[in-house]
Write a protein that binds this ligand. Structure first.
Ligand code: PMP
Length: 301
């Protein structure tokens, strides 16, 4: 496989060319998935909701009891600077913190020196843009979302295997995306996305067993502005079958329509009117720069 093209990557306080931006093979993030991350994006020269993303990142750090030496305010400057140093106006940005390295590569979280990485790539979307225009076909997978009794989905941890396996199950069934149920059989999320459905003009999104998505929050805010009633509650698989519309939300991809679930058309079988209305509002919001932080070279050196 080819490596991404050369870029500048932040590793533990230093900016390095990507080919020199290395971390130890003994890093607990790699060996044990012991770490957390957050993904944000920039468009039109603005980083969207950077403080909400960094607040979620801080919550993830706290939830796994990982203390990094960099205060969040410094990390904020480093995020902006990483995007600026890469000369990007539209970017996919990732901040990762791992437990790091210890004297011996054993499953012991004590005495580790953490690793902090920030990288920025030209904007990337989780979903194929051609499929997004017509709608994705989803499969409700047999694989359930890891429950909060095991690893709370609100922690944006490096343990994405659960979601990777669900997506592989969907691909094996000839579908584009997976929809996962939680321990109790309620719809929760998709790999890298929150889920919405539309019933009788109301947008509905699951309340539990989910990552607290920033795009989900934005869609709920936009719904309120557009006078579209919203409900945050338990969603059973039955509701996917009878929904007028189903769509996914994510930083990497925005709003993505689902037009078929387990082989059955959702509503008309085409991306629906409320999805389209919200997508237009979401795009206009990006262009307006509202909730955006301008990409300027914050630090010199
Ligand atoms: N759920 C999971 C498991 C995710 O990884 C993501 C992507 N960060 C989301 C939902 C959507 O969250 P956001 O809108 O903040 O990108």
């Amino acid at each position: 496989m080819t490596e991404p093209v050369r870029s500048v990557v932040y590793v533990n306080g230093k900016y390095r060319p990507s080919e020199e931006a290395t971390i130890s093979v003994f890093d607990h993030g790699l060996l044990y998935g012991d770490g957390v991350f957050d993904t944000m994006f920039a468009s039109y020269g603005y980083i969207f909701k950077i403080d909400q993303h960094l607040a979620r990142f801080a919550r993830s750090l706290r939830a796994i009891r990982l203390e990094i030496p960099t205060p969040i305010a410094d990390l904020r400057r480093a995020v902006i600077d990483t995007v600026a140093r890469n000369g990007l106006n539209n970017a996919y940005i990732k901040v990762v913190a791992t437990r790091g390295i210890s004297a011996e590569p054993l499953l012991d979280p004590r005495g580790c020196t953490p690793t902090v990485i920030i990288f920025a790539r030209p904007y990337l979307s989780l979903a194929d843009p051609a499929k997004v225009s017509t709608g994705l076909h989803a499969k409700v997978t047999s694989i359930r979302r890891v429950g909060m009794q095991a690893l709370d989905p609100r922690i944006k941890s490096l343990n994405y295997l659960n979601l990777v396996l669900a997506r592989m199950e969907a691909y094996a069934a000839g579908c584009d995306e997976a929809l996962l149920l939680d321990d109790h059989g309620y719809v929760c999320e998709a790999p890298g996305y929150n889920v919405f459905l539309v019933r009788e003009g109301h947008v509905v999104t699951p309340a539990y067993s989910i990552l607290e998505g920033i795009t989900r929050e934005t869609v709920l805010e936009l719904s309120a502005e557009l006078d579209i009633p919203s409900e945050i509650r338990a969603v059973s698989p039955y509701e996917l079958a009878v929904a007028d519309e189903v769509f996914l939300t994510s930083t990497a991809g925005g709003l993505v329509p689902i037009t078929r679930v387990d082989g059955q058309a959702v509503g008309s079988g085409k991306p629906g009117p409320i999805f389209s209305q919200l997508t237009r509002a979401y795009d206009a919001l990006q262009e307006s720069g509202r909730f955006g932080t301008q990409i300027t070279r914050a630090a010199i050196g």
